[in-house]
Design a protein around this ligand. Structure first.
Ligand SMILES: [Zn+2]
Length: 196
């Protein structure tokens, strides 16, 4: 977990618990939350105040869901469903809300936990370690038979062939939006951007 996500995670938890938290780091919870909120909102160009930005509410909601849990899941799911329906429509494809919901749910579920359960994210064939339990050890350099060395849970097989392009498109959006929100918020925190 990156430094920003780590701090953000602690800030979200502290806020959820309505406590001051026990953060001993230099960056305060309020700064972290403010940075994320700032990235989420659009900014209009206003003379010398700087460039306009479209805002990235989806990216911030995804980031928050990723570190904090379920409060944002509903809003994120609704946004993703709308994106799918509109994307399909623009491609001349009819996509009903129930189908869009299902695709969004599967993509979101995969995004939240994409680690291959067979190899635990190693990408190589593993076996249960000597200590037993859940510890697994890598056995040589044979690629994991479940994920073929990608270390990720299979994605394509979850979708009907004619919907796969939509699912892949949405996965790319989700990853890009979250990565952008993360990068922008980190930049805000480290003071390289002027706060309004
Ligand atoms: Zn695997």
């Amino acid at each position: 977990m990156s430094k920003f996500l780590d701090g953000y995670s602690r800030a979200v938890r502290a806020k959820n618990l309505r406590s001051g938290g026990d953060d001993s780091g230099r960056v305060q919870h309020s700064d972290t939350l403010m940075a994320a909120a700032w990235v989420s909102k659009p900014v209009r160009a206003s003379g010398d105040a700087g460039k306009a930005r479209p805002g990235n509410p989806l990216g911030v909601a995804l980031m928050r869901m990723f570190v904090g849990g379920d409060q944002e899941a509903k809003a994120v799911l609704r946004l993703l469903t709308e994106m799918l329906i509109s994307k399909a429509y623009r491609a001349g494809d009819q996509l009903g809300p129930a189908s869009a919901d299902l695709i969004a749910l599967l993509v979101l579920g995969w995004h939240r936990n994409s680690v291959c359960p067979e190899c635990g994210g190693h990408g190589f064939q593993t076996a249960v370690g000597e200590l037993g339990g859940n510890s697994r050890v890598v056995m040589g350099d044979t690629p994991c038979p479940a994920c073929h060395g990608t270390a990720k849970r299979p994605f394509d097989a979850m979708f009907p062939p004619d919907r796969l392009w939509l699912a892949l498109w949405l996965r790319e959006k989700v990853e890009a939006k979250q990565a952008a929100a993360h990068a922008e918020a980190s930049k805000v925190l480290s003071g390289r951007m002027e706060l309004e």
